[in-house]
Design a protein around this ligand. Sequence first.
Ligand code: ADP
Length: 189
Amino acid sequence: MRLVLLGPPGSGKGTQATRLKEKLGIAHISTGDLLRAEVAAGSELGKQAKAVMDAGNLVSDDILLGMLRSRLSQPDVAKGFILDGYPRNVAQAEALDGVLADIGQPLDAVVQLDVDADQLIERLAGRAKEQGRADDSPDAVRQRLQVYTQQTAPVVDFYAERGTLARLDGIGELEEVEARIHAVLPKAG
Ligand code: ADP
């Protein structure tokens, strides 16, 4: 199963991807986690990315594509993967098509978690208290939501036009949302 999980910041992509990874035995590729690992390691890439991330903006497409290519070349990906946080703009969606065509592993599904803005702001404020992520500050959250509307929402249309998109209500208990995702995934085999 090769899956893209789309949704605004705070929509629960990361949480659901972790659960899907366990259930389906596939790799979870979170570009946010990959970037945070670079920042934590103090690499050159991490240094470049940190200020951009903290402000709630998108790190450059080139950096992301390099990271993605390298992650997709690792052996665990052969069993399938969930992409969480990529693509975040239409150029990335087009780049992803190219990379997946190169490795002969096209997507099976694209799932969008819909959550309204009020709910997102509430969830992110809660997470800011619990985890203290620099980009969960009120200014950064506002910017991330704006970036989502301007740059990532068109990705939803990109996949909708191809008929590969399933949109779900992302509000409810974790188990309920998870069941909704499983219900729209193509059956294995
Ligand atoms: P969230 O979905 O809650 O915004 P993520 O962990 O997915 O959080 O991403 C955190 C930050 O990492 C983003 O705000 C952005 O700065 C950077 N980032 C993650 N994925 C991408 C991407 N595909 N393109 C550009 N920047 C990205």
